[in-house]
Design a protein around this ligand. Structure first.
Ligand code: NAP
Length: 288
């Protein structure tokens, strides 16, 4: 198997590199990885051809949910058109495209139970819509694919909620965090391990994967502060309507993981346990 990682400078790319250093890692800057812009079809095709790539794990995406409302074309370019380029490149070589999608393709309909893979998507914002279009581009191309829908990624790398909350709860006396959106925090290394297990098992199709459990952003923030010992900051629950945001986010987007658990015969870590691991890892890197 000759595996290319795209968007390797992001959270998931970093997590995969720790576990599978022999893959080829690429990103748009070329600073720490091979330079590859996934919106450039000519470069993608040439790279796939000259390196005999038979599997692409696409970690590149436009992931800024708020900014996507102001830049829907950019979100579509990265999350749909470029995904179509990767799909065509793999289709031409009978290769496999592994791609990440999101719980934010749901939210327009009200759910009160975990959402299964076969539920009808109904996104509430430009990011979710562009990710749904990316899934459709893959399905329409008829490339061999593994699409994994995940949620609320956190890790020691890049920008994420955990790092923001660690900073805010150490700097401010009071913060407000929304308490009427429920989902599942997911540690990027846990997701990376499942991607590798699914590859090994030859899985294709659409699967949900998040860590185990569910919480609101407020409950997530409280646990982050507790584990970090940032007890001086008062964390207040608030409503989404009180928090300035351009995008309506899903009020409930917990994903059902029955399929991935039964297929891979795995136990899934509880998000609080993985959060603890992440905070230890962040504090070790700060100490260095
Ligand atoms: N983060 C979440 O909470 C979350 C939740 C559900 C699903 N997902 C999905 O999971 C996947 C991984 O997410 P993540 O959090 O690891 O993303 P991330 O940290 O935002 O990483 C995405 C990477 O893609 C890069 N990129 C942007 N344009 C590119 C281009 N034209 N060519 C190559 N690379 C490009 C970005 O570079 P720059 O930073 O320089 O733009 C960034 O390094 C994505 O598909 C995302 O939609 C994420």
């Amino acid at each position: 198997m000759k595996v290319l990682i795209t968007g390797a400078a992001g959270q998931l790319g970093h997590a995969l590199r720790c576990m599978a250093p022999d893959f080829i890692y690429s990103d748009i800057t070329g600073e720490d990885n091979v330079r590859l812009d996934i919106t450039d079809a000519e470069s993608v095709n040439a790279f796939v051809e000259s390196n005999s790539i038979d599997t692409i794990i696409n970690c590149a995406a436009y992931t800024d949910v708020e900014a996507a409302e102001d830049n829907p074309e950019l979100a579509e370019l990265l999350n749909c058109k470029a995904v179509g380029i990767l799909a065509e490149a793999m289709k031409a070589h009978d290769g496999l495209l592994v791609h990440m999608s999101t719980d934010y393709i749901f939210g327009g309909d009200k759910y009160d139970a975990p959402i299964r893979e076969d539920c009808k998507p109904n996104p509430t914002g430009a990011y979710g819509l562009s990710k749904l279009h990316g899934e459709e581009a893959i399905l329409n191309s008829r490339v061999r694919h593994l699409i994994i829908r995940t949620a609320w990624l956190f890790s020691p790398w890049g920008r994420n909620f955990v790092k923001t909350m660690l900073r805010l709860t150490s700097e401010r006396p009071v913060i407000n965090v929304v308490n009427d959106q429920k989902g599942t925090p997911t540690y990027a290394p846990d997701l990376a391990a499942v991607i590798l297990a699914a590859l090994e098992a030859g899985c294709e199709g659409i699967y949900n994967y998040t860590d185990e459990g569910e919480c609101t952003w407020y409950e997530f923030a409280v646990e982050i502060a507790r584990l970090a010992g940032n007890t001086a900051c008062e964390i207040r629950p608030c409503l989404s309507s009180e928090y300035p945001s351009k995008v309506r986010r899903p009020s409930y987007s917990v994903l059902d993981k029955t399929l991935v658990k039964e297929t891979l015969e795995i136990g899934i870590p509880q998000w609080q346990d993985s959060l603890k691991e992440c905070i230890v890892s962040i504090s070790k890197s700060v100490e260095k």
